[in-house]
Design a protein around this ligand. Structure first.
Ligand code: CTP
Length: 233
């Protein structure tokens, strides 16, 4: 049976989340080829920052594992990392002590097999770079799950601002199951850099809600609401 997303007052949220430790990965990762060149993506880290702010406002204690190039306000705590391997190491270290883990980072799926120690010189022939897969941070961390509530973001290719088609919802649900998440935030590629996100919240408890294009702050508050509902169910 599909359940509807409930609304919790700020007082109720403060009761549920007071002193809960929230671990959030955010931003891109950077995979260096040589000292000055890297593979990365255009993630702004804004969604992760909005989550940290929303949880702090309801009495929780957010801690971020933050990729490069994201400006973190001084009232929020973060551990800075560069590559996916570093993000994985820090997340694993901090996971056992957290209550809620949210993987909002846009992790580079591949990294160069070799990192050159000195700057690569220009040549006139085509260049081939061998890439190897990075680990799946979310799946690796959730495999260590004990009491933690885990949230992932499923980035899928579908028309911005339209409710996702059934097959897209199914893919996101499959990711949720495979990566042992309790909540999946389905969004389209256009959300990555912008101020808004066209999110659909999918819960393992059976409810899902299309939020439409909303501000990342609004989406973060809705994620708090959805987690509160899952914890209470
Ligand atoms: N993720 C991760 N480590 C990776 C890739 C993705 O932890 N190497 C996390 C993302 O942070 C997100 C979730 O897994 O929370 C889903 O990411 P997504 O890009 O939608 O899916 P992928 O597993 O990368 O699969 P695909 O690119 O084939 O859709």
């Amino acid at each position: 049976m599909k359940k509807r997303l409930q609304f919790y007052s700020s007082l109720q949220l403060k009761k549920i989340f007071k002193n809960k430790k929230i671990l959030i990965t955010l931003g891109p990762t950077r995979e260096y080829l040589d000292p000055v060149r890297y593979i990365s993506n255009s993630s702004s880290g804004k969604m992760g920052l909005a989550l940290a702010k929303a949880f702090k406002n309801v009495g929780a204690i957010p801690l971020m594992v933050c990729g490069p190039g994201v400006w973190v306000p001084p009232n929020l705590k973060s551990v800075d990392v560069v590559s996916a391997l570093e993000m994985l190491e820090e997340s694993k270290k901090l996971f056992s002590d957290c209550d809620i883990f949210i993987c909002a980072a846009a992790i580079a799926d591949y990294r160069p097999l070799k990192i050159l120690k000195t700057k690569m010189v220009r040549g006139s022939h085509p260049l081939q770079i061998k890439l190897i897969p990075n680990p799946d941070i979310l799946a690796t961390v959730t495999a260590l799950k004990k009491h933690q509530f885990c949230v992932g973001f499923a980035l899928e290719d579908f028309p911005y601002s339209k409710p996702p088609a059934l097959k897209v919802l199914k893919r996101a649900r499959m990711k949720m199951i495979k990566k042992r998440c309790d909540l999946m935030v389905l969004n389209s590629a256009r959300s990555m850099e912008g101020e808004e996100i066209d999110a659909t919240l999918i819960s393992s408890k059976g409810f899902h809600k299309f939020l439409g294009p909303v501000s990342k702050d609004f989406c973060a508050k809705s994620i708090c609401q959805a987690i509160a509902q899952s914890l209470e169910l």
